[in-house]
Design a protein. Structure first.
Length: 247
């Protein structure tokens, strides 16, 4: 058994951006953070050096301007920010709808498109939503080689992350898609191994729904066998004080 305690807001990038827009800029604006990573020095002939050379060659072949300079993006920063804001607003609309009724297949596809376009742990893992309902969230993940432990079975942190995603989203919808929802404990029990190629389906249902706290049960099942691989209990806090987002 492994227990995790978290204090992140949903774990979704959109919530972070919206919070930043309240705290760092004028109302209605969008803050876009860009991280500058330090350069990595590698020796010639190394695997990293060879890969970097191949990437550079492919990039050089794609540049076809007359002056030899890389073509500029056709989208201005303002246009990019506006597009991001529209996507966030649409995601919020879908969240509000999901708090009232089951989303249609097309609407769930929109949620998956949003997840695929915006940097997040869900995108990194490859999470896909299947069911979005007022008190039920179901997501799926195809296990890849980079999800495994050195011994060839799925890393337990993958199940914990799936539980965090499914439970947090379910809690957000159950709270009406308005108040901030924060995870306070994540208790995940590992029951049966899975390996690369298996599809894990994680389903969140409520154990208790209070005004300011929720407890969610998330079952992680192997879609092929139907057997339970792991079980997560996620406790969340519903922050009804909107001024919290300004702190």
């Amino acid at each position: 058994m492994v227990s995790y305690s978290t204090g992140q807001t949903l774990g979704y990038g959109w919530q972070t951006i919206v919070t930043q827009s309240h705290t760092q800029s004028q109302p209605g604006s969008v803050v876009v953070d860009r991280c500058q990573w330090p350069p990595i020095e590698v020796g010639k002939g190394t695997r990293v050096d060879n890969r970097s050379s191949r990437i550079k060659e492919r990039g050089d072949r794609r540049v076809s301007t007359s002056d030899g300079q890389a073509p500029e993006s056709t989208q201005s920063p303002e246009q990019a920010a506006e597009q991001a804001l529209r996507a966030l607003q649409r995601f919020q609309e879908l969240s509000v709808a999901g708090a009232q009724r089951p989303l249609t297949d097309d609407e769930v596809a929109e949620v998956n498109e949003f997840t695929a376009r915006h940097p997040s742990l869900d995108r990194l893992l490859g999470v896909r939503y299947r069911v979005v309902e007022p008190q039920r969230i179901q997501i799926a993940l195809t296990i890849r080689e980079d999800h495994l432990q050195p011994w060839g079975i799925t890393n337990g942190g993958v199940y914990s992350s799936l539980g965090e995603t499914a439970g947090s989203m379910a809690s957000f919808l159950a709270a009406g898609s308005g108040p901030i929802v924060m995870g306070t404990s994540n208790e995940t029990h590992f029951l049966r191994p899975s390996s690369a190629g298996d599809v894990i389906v994680s389903t969140a249902t409520p154990e208790n729904l209070g005004r300011t706290s929720h407890l969610w049960r998330i079952e992680h099942r192997n879609e092929g066998s139907g057997k339970l691989c792991a079980l997560t209990f996620l406790k969340t806090t519903v922050v009804v004080d909107k001024s919290f987002s300004d702190k």
